[in-house]
Design a protein around this ligand. Structure first.
Ligand code: ATR
Length: 267
């Protein structure tokens, strides 16, 4: 039996085990997906132990994403290095490789909804999710504007992302007026029913992806739908980061429909 898992602390009530196991069942792969909660200072030992036990792949979450990048045995791919975070380890080969499937999760979620990866895109947020979204969109050919509450973080990130510009949060309405794509990569909308973008700024020529998935129906997405925009909820992003890891680890096309159904049932 193959073993995959999630390293985090706390891992809490993770949606990854049911989502991945639905994929293994559908593809007749004899595998399990397990959550592990090592002490915050035990990341290297946990990875070495997992390798010794034959664990094939690990997702990595808070607080270990930068540990994974720094681990001496992990060869991070160029995109993960630019983003500065590894969230997926492939332990199945001669070496351990590190990847950032949050980035691919953004582009695959948009592509799945036939949203062209071109034109002008606004990324609100410059934390881990914002970095992943900004690099992924820019690499795909989108002209990226990054806006963040802490403006300096948006400006610093924009210096690293090809062709990007950095802005304060209050520039969002003007940026969105001319944009084709909008990604919320802040946590706004999670705790309270509020939106990071004023509703009048939204319009029908826009596609909006919200990285927030609790709740799935955020205020931003409701406002965007009211404005006639195309909407993609955060569960799609969560799904496609998992799909990307599944395919990398197993070498098999993921059963997207089954994994999506199970993920949404677990949310
Ligand atoms: P993640 O890894 O999920 O991106 P993070 O790195 O903590 O989490 O980043 C959270 C993002 O949400 C940041 O862009 C943060 O803005 P700051 O960089 O100014 O902290 C943004 N954010 C959080 N709460 C916010 C709020 N109330 N209004 C606007 N932006 C907020």
């Amino acid at each position: 039996m193959q073993v995959y898992g999630l390293l985090g602390n706390p891992v809490g009530h993770s949606l990854s085990p049911p989502m991945h196991e639905a994929g293994y069942d559908e593809r007749d792969i004899d595998a399990r997906y397990v959550t592990f909660e090592p002490d915050p200072d035990a990341f290297d030992a946990a990875v070495d132990g997992a390798r010794a036990l034959g664990v094939r792949g690990l997702n990595v979450t808070v607080p270990f994403k930068s540990d994974a990048l720094a681990h001496p045995a992990v060869e991070a791919d160029p995109l993960a290095r630019r983003i500065g975070a590894v969230n997926t380890l492939d332990l199945g080969g001669e070496t351990v490789t590190g990847h950032n499937t949050d980035a691919t999760g953004v582009t695959r979620a948009l592509e799945h909804h036939d949203i062209p990866l071109e034109g002008a895109g606004v990324v609100v947020g410059a934390g881990g999710a914002g970095r992943a979204a900004a690099f992924a969109l820019a690499d795909a050919g989108v002209d990226v504007a990054i806006a963040n509450r802490t403006t300096a973080k948006a400006v610093t990130l924009a210096d690293e992302v090809p062709g990007a510009s950095g802005h304060p949060l209050d520039a969002v309405p003007d940026l969105v007026a001319d944009a084709d794509l909008l990604v919320n990569a802040t946590s706004v909308g999670m705790e309270e029913d509020v939106s990071p973008v004023p509703a009048p700024a939204l319009h029908g020529d826009l596609a909006v992806l919200d990285a927030v998935y609790t709740p799935v129906e955020t205020r931003l997405l409701r406002d965007a739908a009211d404005a006639g925009a195309t909407t993609v909820d955060g569960a799609w992003m969560l799904l496609f980061q998992g799909v990307e890891a599944f395919e990398r680890w197993t070498g098999v096309d993921a059963p997207v429909t089954e994994m999506n159904r199970t993920l949404r049932a677990a949310l």
